[in-house]
Write a protein that binds this ligand. Sequence first.
Ligand code: ATP
Length: 200
Amino acid sequence: MKIIGLTGGIGTGKSTVSEYLNKKGCVIIDADAISRAMTDRGAPALKEIEKTFGKKYISADGSLDRKALGDLVFGNKEKLEALQKIITEKVIEEINDRICQMKEEGSDKTVIIDAPLLFECGMEGIADENWLVTADTKVRLLRVSKRDNLSEEQIMARIENQMPDAEKIRRSRCVIDNSAGLERLYEQIDLQLERIENER
Ligand code: ATP
């Protein structure tokens, strides 16, 4: 089984790459979806949140009081980091559990850990190798402004708030440049899939 970490900044096309890899038969582990599920009612992170921040952030029905917790961590770096740490640990645990289960079942599939914050959250070590999706800034601005209701300034602020691509490139085994059309994108992915198939 081969495990690949897939990441990319806003509007680079990471989700498009992930969808294509899924069509090609890879198993996708969506770190963002797991992260959201971690704070659902009865989810593992809730106990930790209660222990760290207090009972009042858990509603009577056992669900997270997102508004109250949001108010608490907003603008408080220390508390925000404590919350992120709890959730990240649980997400990594869940990803490792899923991988372990697939290994036990003898799966020989390629597994993609689709994670926008792969490097920032310390998930890069889970994978055998990490792939980065990039695109020219102009192209990213155009794609995101078409998709979301954001101004160029707002998108630029988000790009600049993320880890610089140069740093991500340094940590990646391969870089997929999605500045051109889909055909060119799929060609690059096919080449990488072929490479890892030959390395098996
Ligand atoms: P985010 O992190 O912001 O959610 P992302 O990196 O996952 O974004 P996508 O959602 O895959 O990016 O792509 C952003 C937009 O650009 C989408 O509307 C997608 O359909 C479009 N897109 C992606 N790649 C291409 C391409 N090669 N040619 C044309 N459009 C593209």
